[in-house]
Design a binder for this molecule. Structure first.
Ligand code: DSN
Length: 447
């Protein structure tokens, strides 16, 4: 099947970038834990005429005509989300995770109110109150942290909630490799009278498949993106739980109003269609197997890395993600590891670690995960191979160190050119291409 055929004919300039991107995805190990390869069915729905419609409002209450069938699509997506996650209300219109989270603030707080979330450099998300995000500027943010062992500091969160009486507490984050303590946070929120929102963007697929505990019983609101472990198109959802409606019977309307007209205009109906498809796929027995393999792979990879002498925050993982602590090679080594791994064809992202001794731009860790390579069909034996390759790449960065600010640009330029020419890295690049060829990605696509 030719893909993007019309783009090839009509916009060769764009086509050449797209063609290279498909080759990059096919020939490399995609290990950024928030990325995945969505199905061809999802892509067909998203890449369709469903992009043509305006439908501000909600099913049956639109500000534009011609929405009979778009209403059907949105109700289908919402019904599937409610069933899959066991909640009475699901808004499928948020454009992405950050606007979804901001809408939760507008549904539950007034600007200036106190909120709590996991600190960014401890694995939290920007939208959980970090100072450079609107959420840290419009609200009084009191962050909680992880302990020295990398696990969530529940005692600190309880103490901070008692002292500060937040209006909203977030549980769930972007760089935490252990099960989220939803139950404990539900007690903390109850003690302080706060709304509790679970951000399950990273683990939504694991929750849908029953591989991670569901927050539905414990929290008032659940937000998620749809493109990470859930393997759908790039979008998001906000769900209100039974517990949420008990606390505030108007919570569902407040959430809907916060999205439209509060923050957004017309929903992206083609994405809503893709979300509907992804939710159907995520309800299947095959998806359960997939999600459970993600975690098996993550654990196998962690075991191999540890055996090869690589340090992991918390010493392992319960989910799809691992966080490598690079401090034994020096502070701020995340960029070196990310670039060296990329030269070897392994895509990860530099990331802060708990107690980060450097900075978010030059952090001391890398975050990686197994959702995308599990979609390709890789299993434990391949994870052991990948673990050995990653450990070998990390040996190659050990002679470098992050210089002072003024010298960084030149030093990193020289590092990148050396690492691209490094014989070991080039050898690993060859092994990566060979491994990937055994697990073809979108084999039917020709460009
Ligand atoms: N960018 C997402 C991630 O990589 O975790 C969070 O927004």
């Amino acid at each position: 099947m030719r893909t993007l055929e019309s783009v090839m004919e009509n916009d060769p300039e764009l086509f050449s970038y797209a063609k290279k991107e498909l080759a990059r995805q096919r020939e490399g190990l995609e290990m950024i834990p928030s990325e995945n390869f969505t199905s061809e069915t999802v892509m067909q729905a998203v890449g369709s005429f469903l992009t043509n419609k305006y439908s501000e409002g909600y099913p049956g209450k639109r500000y534009y005509g011609g929405n009979e069938f778009i209403d059907g699509i949105e109700m289908l997506a919402s019904a599937r989300a409610k069933k899959l996650f066991g909640v009475p209300h699901a808004n499928v219109q948020p454009y992405s995770g950050s606007p979804a989270n901001l809408a939760v603030y507008f549904a539950t707080c007034k600007t200036g109110d106190t909120i709590m979330g996991q600190n960014l450099t401890d694995g939290g998300h920007l939208t959980h109150g970090w100072k450079t995000s609107a959420t840290g500027q419009l609200f009084r943010s009191v962050p909680y942290h992880v302990k020295a062992d990398g696990y969530m500091d529940i005692d600190e969160a309880r103490r901070l909630a008692k002292e500060n009486k937040p209006k909203l507490i977030w549980v769930g984050s972007t760089a935490y490799t252990r099960e989220f303590p939803f139950e404990e946070f539900s007690e903390i929120a109850e003690e302080s009278g706060a709304y509790l929102a679970a951000d399950i963007a990273h683990i939504a697929g694991l929750v849908a498949a029953g591989v991670h505990k569901s927050p539905a019983k414990y929290v008032h609101i659940i937000t998620t993106t749809t493109h990470k472990t859930l393997r759908g198109p790039r979008g998001a959802m906000i769900m209100v739980t039974d517990k949420g409606l008990e606390k505030d019977p108007e919570l569902a309307e407040k959430v809907d109003k916060a999205i439209f007209p509060g923050m957004q205009g017309g929903p992206h109906d083609h994405v809503t269609a893709g979300i509907a498809v992804a939710l159907k796929e995520a309800s299947s027995p095959q998806f359960k197997e997939y999600a459970s393999q993600i975690v098996k792979n993550s654990r196998a990879l962690a075991a191999q890395l540890l055996e090869s002498g690589v340090s992991l925050v918390t010493g392992g993982t319960d989910n799809h993600m691992l966080l490598i602590d690079l401090t034994k090679y020096g502070n701020g080594m995340g960029v070196f590891a990310q670039d060296a791994l990329e030269a070897a064809g392994i895509t990860v992202n530099k990331n802060t670690i708990p107690g980060e001794p450097s900075s978010p731009f030059y952090p001391s860790g890398v975050r990686l995960g197994t959702p995308a390579i599990t979609t390709r069909g890789m299993k434990e034996p391949e994870m052991r191979e990948v673990g050995v390759m990653i450990a070998k790449v990390l040996v190659e960065i050990q002679k470098y160190s992050l210089p002072e600010k003024e010298k960084r640009a030149d030093y990193l330029k020289a590092f990148r050119s050396e690492i691209n020419a490094n014989a070991t890295i080039r050898g690993i690049r060859g092994e990566v291409v060979k491994l990937c060829s055994k697990f073809p990605l979108y084999p039917g696509f020709e460009m």
